[in-house]
Design a protein around this ligand. Structure first.
Ligand code: R5P
Length: 297
């Protein structure tokens, strides 16, 4: 089988190495460099022959303002050097939450970012993008995509590591993950209601009749960003359970002092998938990403 070359962005090397090591991946790590000139501009250099090859770029798109331009430089250079197809694996796909003009004059960046990224790639593979008012990536991306679900692997982790879990989703949007995680982990679940008041201010309401007795609360959400959502749930849960809750996120962005915030709010453990490199990564998605890639190239 012809080896496929995979080019990993610096923060995605660990995940990419796991993908390369996955049995049957057919992937070989491609050499390239990205450095900055003193003035802050990027120099990207491909150090492999790619003529006629299908190539894969692994670039998580948290902090997308920093990564977008070098990603475009790499993708276009690979094309200029003869790559047949450029597949982007963006384990976390940023700019999905601003999916409408919430206030007059705001940029609808989910649409804008998709239209800026699409011309540079031939396929997009990502994990649980934040789909809310946008129902499928095809509505905004002009290239075909594969959406990988972290749910089965998260449910396996919870089943193997948590005694008598009670799955808790912080808001209505989380129901799509929470219900399936609970089904697969054979656990009860509840979905709370959330009102967002600002970037770092949320109000969470728990049902009055909630009983968690004999269970370990497990908070499940797609994104932990400022962590105020999870912290607010943790604070409210104190009245319902003495067992330190476990926080499980698909994508751990952990902006600012969010780690401290979660510890102070009483998190027993914080666990994330390895879509964004972080010490909390305990749930490995390399095999499911390789499986998705096999459907594309
Ligand atoms: C909301 O739309 C998402 O599903 C997450 O609940 C949200 O991104 C979490 O954000 P933060 O950690 O800043 O509260």
């Amino acid at each position: 089988m012809t080896k496929k070359l995979v080019f990993a962005f610096p923060d995605d090397v660990s995940l990419t190495e796991l993908m390369v090591q996955t049995k049957g991946s057919g992937l070989r790590m491609g050499r390239w460099t990205w450095r900055r000139f003193p003035d802050g501009e990027s120099l990207v250099r491909v150090e492999e022959a790619v003529d006629g090859c299908d190539v894969v770029i692994v670039c998580t798109l948290s902090q997308p303002d920093t990564r977008f331009l070098p990603l475009c430089f790499l993708a276009e250079t690979l094309r200029e050097l003869g790559a047949a197809r450029v597949v982007l694996v963006a384990p976390y796909l940023g700019y999905m939450r601003q999916d409408k003009r919430f206030h007059s004059g705001e940029a609808v960046t989910a649409h804008l970012f998709a239209s800026m990224l699409s011309p540079h790639i031939d396929w997009l593979i990502t994990v649980d993008p934040h789909l809310h008012r946008i129902h499928a990536l095809e509505e905004i991306y002009t290239v075909p995509s594969v959406v990988v679900s972290a749910v089965p692997v998260m449910a396996q982790w919870i089943h193997a590591h948590v005694q008598r879990p009670f799955i808790i989703g912080p808001d209505e949007e989380s129901e799509q993950w929470v219900k399936e995680v609970a089904d697969r982990a054979s656990a009860p679940f509840v979905v709370l209601s959330k009102e967002r008041k600002g970037d770092r201010e949320v109000q969470i309401t728990l049902p009055a009749n909630l009983s968690l007795e004999g269970h370990t609360p497990v908070l499940v959400d797609d994104i932990i960003s400022s962590a105020h959502t999870m912290a607010e749930v943790l604070t409210k849960l104190r009245a319902y359970s003495e067992v330190p809750p476990i926080c499980v996120g698909v994508h751990g962005i952990f902006a600012g002092d969010s780690n401290t915030l979660l510890q102070q709010a009483g998190a027993g453990r914080v666990v994330t998938c390895n879509t964004i490199a972080h010490p909390s990564n305990a749930i490995d998605l390399s095999a499911v990403l390789v499986e998705a890639m096999g459907r594309v190239i």
